[in-house]
Design a protein around this ligand. Structure first.
Ligand code: PLP
Length: 404
């Protein structure tokens, strides 16, 4: 092996047909237009990496390197990908057993950093010099940051209604960013056109194989943080579903390493009722999800009308005994407000969606308060509009201090 460190990738595999693809070559989707999954020699990982060795390492994303695809240490492009904390929110959730995995602490303020740090490192390793991507905001920001850092040129297309802060952070971090009068899949179509003409590499969600590997680290981290016994349920705000698919894959790999048993958390895919294609397909018993027309929600990160990995999301949710659940914008905003006011943790709207869904699930008996539940807060609440706070004090007038 010419690599300057050991790595265990054997090949890639079509998630639909199982067809085999060579590692160390640039790939997009499989021949049937579905995501590719990275496969490892897990027996070799098991022999090379005793659990104690892993546990003795610094707790960042790269402690999992044997289970990650990057071959050459020199291709790792890092902005400090920490293990994110599990924060209890007893008052707003109504249970002492609910923990928020706060992904807002990651570089660029969202868990998109996990996927993009890996995908960009692999793009660098495989010689890509120009990348284009459709985004609802956070993915574009993470791409811009990591790609700029290693000299890859980026073009980012975002729906018209993408929050201003996202557009500006993408531009500030060195990408060329454009608003498009349409939804994220309309942006994706333009990216696809340029990719077909050989102008750039297409970094759309799940259209390159390595974002899943980065997102997989959420599942690896959870296993370690829970002492190798997974929680009872995970509530994941689902757009493209990369994280849910990635965690499900991580659990299988950990079981094959003998680090966890066969028990799995119930996986709950949470969507906004204004854009809930996965919920609709789940309820209809379908394997694929139709495009959701006229998508609208305050939770921009999960405003994804059509997901290329729909069948993988639905499969994981069903195998786990979980569900796909929709929540309305008022419940989302109420959950964000409650969590900040009662527990001091400012969630993003997508994180609020998981709390709103949890509270509804508690009410209907879908979960009980004794169960250990993880809610994903995928981005820092600071990137999103907050309620106005306009009160002022005139220091030249008489001040009623008791009224402050
Ligand atoms: C991208 C994003 C999501 C959805 O994540 P997927 O893994 O693509 O389903 C949820 N919340 C936020 C804040 C996001 O940026």
């Amino acid at each position: 092996m010419t690599a300057d460190r050991q790595t265990f990738v054997t090949h890639l595999e079509c998630s639909m047909t199982g067809e085999r693809y060579e590692a160390d070559e640039l790939h997009g989707l499989s021949r049937v237009g579905r995501p590719l999954l990275v496969r490892y020699d897990l027996d070799a990982v098991k022999a090379a990496l005793p659990k104690a060795t892993l546990e003795a390492r610094q707790t960042d994303l790269w402690r999992w390197r044997e289970l990650l695809p990057v071959r050459h240490t020199g291709n790792i492009v890092s902005l400090g990908e920490i293990e994110t904390p599990l924060v209890p929110i007893p008052k707003s959730s109504g249970s002492a057993n609910v923990l928020v995995k706060d992904e807002g602490r990651l570089p660029t303020g969202s868990f998109k950093a996990r996927g993009l740090v890996m995908a960009v490192a692999m793009a660098k390793e495989l010689g890509v010099t120009k990348i284009a991507m459709p985004t609802n905001g956070n993915a574009g920001a993470a791409l811009a940051a990591y790609a700029t850092r290693c000299g890859i040129e980026t073009i980012v297309l975002a729906p018209q209604e993408t929050p201003e802060v996202n557009i500006r952070e993408i531009a500030a971090q060195g990408a060329r960013v454009y608003r498009v009068n349409g939804q994220i899949d309309d942006c994706g179509a333009i990216v696809g056109r340029g990719a077909a003409e050989g102008r750039w590499f297409d970094f759309s969600t799940l259209k390159e194989p390595y974002r899943i590997e980065g997102k997989k680290t959420m599942g690896l981290e959870l296993a370690a943080q829970f002492g190798w016994k997974l929680p009872d349920a995970i509530f994941y705000p689902t757009g493209g579903g990369t994280g849910l698919i990635g965690m499900w894959k991580a659990f299988d790999e950990l079981e094959k390493l003998g680090w966890i048993g066969s028990e799995r958390p119930r996986m709950y895919a949470i969507q906004a009722s204004g854009c809930a294609p996965i919920v609709r397909a789940f309820e209809a018993g379908e394997e694929h999800a139709e495009r959701w027309e006229d998508a609208a929600t305050v939770a921009a990160g999960i405003r994804v009308p059509k997901a290329v990995g729909d069948f993988l999301i639905l499969r994981a949710v069903r195998e786990s005994g979980g569900k796909a659940l929709g929540v309305g914008d008022p419940a989302i905003l109420k959950a964000v407000d409650d969590c900040a006011k009662k527990d001091g943790l400012l969630l993003c709207p997508e994180g609020g969606a998981t709390l709103a869904a949890y509270r509804e699930a508690l009410r209907t008996g879908e979960v009980d308060e004794e169960e250990r539940v993880v809610l994903f807060n995928c981005a820092t609440g600071l990137k999103y509009p907050m309620p106005e706070a306009n009160a002022a004090v005139d220091r030249f007038a008489e001040i009623d201090l008791g009224a402050l």
